[in-house]
Design a protein around this ligand. Structure first.
Ligand code: DAH
Length: 340
């Protein structure tokens, strides 16, 4: 091949190196012009067989071309690598002026908030918080609480039975039995938790609802103490000026029994939709622990007395928050829940 042709080829290679845009192309150029089978390599290999003056001439020329191509190659590689990095930087650019995405922080359910408020009042008065199972036996839920098989009150507790023996508890009162079975007086406990009854859901009924049970057993627990504790509780929760009423009632596991009412906070006793025009709201049932209940758990009713109470939490929470439909608490609608 003639020198001019080599020069043309070298010029062409230089052009390609200057224009190369990716590393793969660069590798191809390298193989073609600087690789083992390139014409440059062939010239260099054949130097030994050339006459001395040709050898000097071609040796110098071929090495010059080689150096030039290598220098250009390195330059191209550097340029392409920088381009790659710059392209990436551009593509992955972060706009630091964009406002960050707000992470929403979870909150306690409004019912849980009310439970915690109520519990803290009772804790201050020396009550301890305990929990019982939601799946109960007929014995703990009814029998031990002086509600035998044929007792009419069972009807108002229309229950979810799982089998003949087990049911979803209809009240938190069985926790009383579990505590008294295991521990000796003095006892002062509150037991919050979910309860279940076969009620058709409407604005004031939910098949799942929340109660807080209370129990105090000691040598000289009196009805006066019961009234005092519950009045303090109501005043702490609703405010000191809220009137509280105790009205005689009936529960199989207490004797005497009462219901506690508070003046309706919405109409201040005038009568409105929320209180069914009565001006008051029933908050809880209570009474002195029935001697039969004590005997069932092996506590001597001649030595000890006790009071118990059970409150419906949903109704209290509805009063506090001014909510007219109990179902809102259990629908898990974030638009509702995030307001609390
Ligand atoms: N367990 C009762 C209910 O669900 C409420 C109750 C009333 C609990 C009187 C008590 C009590 O501990 O003494 O209707």
């Amino acid at each position: 091949m003639r020198e001019e042709e080599y020069i043309l080829k070298i010029e062409h290679a230089k052009e390609r190196l200057k224009k190369a845009e990716d590393l793969k192309e660069l590798e191809e150029i390298k193989r073609e012009y600087l690789g083992k089978n390139s014409f440059l390599a062939q010239i260099l290999r054949s130097l030994g067989k050339m006459p001395p003056e040709d050898r000097v001439y071609w040796g110098k020329l071929a090495n010059k071309w080689k150096d030039e191509l290598e220098a250009l190659w390195e330059e191209a590689e550097k340029r392409i690598k920088i381009n790659i990095i710059q392209k990436r930087l551009k593509e992955e650019e972060i706009d630091i002026t964009l406002p960050g995405r707000r992470k929403s922080i979870g909150k306690l359910h409004p019912l849980t908030q009310v439970v915690e408020d109520i519990i803290s009042v009772f804790k201050e008065m020396g009550f301890q918080v305990v929990y019982g199972p939601e799946l109960e036996t007929d014995y703990y839920n009814f029998t031990a609480l002086n509600i035998p098989q044929d007792h009419p009150v069972r009807e108002s507790h229309d229950s979810f039975y799982v089998d003949k023996e087990y049911l979803l508890r209809t009240q938190t009162s069985p926790v009383q039995i579990r505590v008294m079975e295991k521990r000796k007086p003095p006892l002062r406990i509150v037991a919050p938790g979910k309860c279940y009854r076969r009620d058709f859901p409407d604005a004031t009924h939910s098949p799942m609802f929340f109660q807080i049970e209370g129990l105090a057993v000691d040598y000289d627990v009196s009805f006066a103490e019961l009234k005092g504790v519950l009045t303090i509780f109501a005043h702490r929760l609703f405010g000191k000026d809220r009137k509280v009423y105790f009205i005689p009632s009936y529960f199989p596991f207490t004797e005497p029994s009462a219901e506690m009412y508070v003046e309706c906070g919405i109409c201040k006793g005038e009568g409105c939709k929320a209180c069914g025009n009565s001006g008051v709201l029933e908050i809880l049932g209570c009474g002195m622990v029935h001697p039969q209940v004590f005997r069932e758990v092996g506590i001597d009713p001649e030595i000890y007395t006790g009071f118990a109470f059970g409150m419906g939490l949903d109704r209290i929470a509805m009063q506090i928050y001014g909510i007219e439909d109990i179902r809102l608490f259990y629908e898990n609608d974030l638009r509702f829940l995030t307001q609390f």
